[in-house]
Design a protein around this ligand. Structure first.
Ligand code: ADP
Length: 290
């Protein structure tokens, strides 16, 4: 199969896929050429990618509380350390050990601020699907750190329970981060009306079978009425005044592309749990080579 640019009568270029099949017909050898116009397929794929990117940017936009909080801390630490250093420098003799220690603290605070920015940039990054071997536990921990400020502002706690020695999965890091981000922020939203002692989201990562791992995001919010369990995954379904209604539909597309499954269940007591299952590394590899 070859991919080449084609040209229409009106001169515009479009992408074609050409398949050549040689075969024998009586005594002649003939080649059957199949030329497929793939312009629409590319367009669809590009639109899907742009939409996913936009949703990601808008989701990160909701993290303003996190950003302000996470960046304010190191910046305040840097400022007070610099002021302390300025004071020490006026002393005679100057206590160089003290100044050295202060400079180290400044470097550490600077690292913390860069780390926050790195995490945000990783999520909003635009690019093609990059399928690599991933440590799902690391991705989950990263996203939990990203929403930490929001969790604090909303008086919510995130409890993490990650099984040891889990196998890696194959997938796109940014996209899986996006799914986790959507599910966590939805859980926070669902609990905005419950007393603060009950505002806990439990995130569990465990092995489900020999070939799959499972992430469960369990909240104690308002839960879902039976008719909503499926509807919420449809594009533009939202119950929030400012909602886009795209987070879950995009998350499901992403998990489908990873050969996994995403669904929701109501908890027996209260709230809902969102489950994501993903094949472990080797299983996806076999699937893709088919
Ligand atoms: P948005 O958050 O913009 O509304 P989503 O696609 O992420 O879009 O969610 C669609 C709808 O699903 C939400 O408006 C809400 O009604 C419902 N929903 C999502 N997560 C939860 C949850 N954890 N508990 C209860 N309802 C939820």
């Amino acid at each position: 199969m070859y991919e080449l640019p084609g040209r229409r009568n009106n001169g515009t270029e479009f992408q074609v896929e050409i398949g050549l099949n040689p075969f024998h017909f009586d005594d002649d050898s003939v080649t059957l050429a199949c030329i497929i116009d793939t312009a629409e397929r590319y367009e669809l794929e590009r639109n899907r990618r742009d939409l996913a990117h936009l949703t990601r940017v808008s989701t990160v936009g909701q993290l303003t509380a996190s950003l302000a909080h996470e960046l304010n801390q190191p910046l305040t630490a840097i400022l007070s350390n610099v002021q302390a250093a300025q004071r020490f420098l006026t002393a005679d003799p100057i206590d160089l050990d003290e100044v050295r220690e202060i400079l180290n603290d400044i470097v550490q605070a600077d690292y913390r601020a860069s780390e926050v920015i790195r995490r945000i940039r990783a999520v909003v990054k635009k690019g093609d699907l990059e399928v690599v071997s991933l440590d799902l536990a690391g991705i989950i921990r990263d996203v939990v750190l990203l929403v930490r400020g929001d969790a604090i502002v909303r008086g919510t706690r995130v409890a993490l329970d990650i099984e040891d020695d889990l196998p890696s999965v194959r997938g796109d890091k940014v996209q899986l981060q996006q799914v986790m981000l959507n599910l966590l922020l939805n859980a926070f939203d669902a609990m905005s009306g419950v007393p603060s002692v009950d505002r806990v989201v439990s995130v569990t990562l465990m092995r489900e079978s020999t070939n799959t791992v499972c992430i469960a995001i369990r909240d104690r919010g308002h839960g879902l009425t039976a008719d909503k369990l499926d509807k919420i995954f449809k594009p533009f379904f939202t119950s929030k005044p400012q909602g886009l209604g795209l987070g879950l539909s995009i998350s499901r597309t992403i998990i489908d592309m990873h050969h996994g499954r995403l669904w929701a269940e109501n908890n027996i007591d209260r709230g809902a749990t969102f489950f994501v299952t993903l094949p472990v590394g080797d299983a996806t590899e076999q699937d893709e080579s088919r």
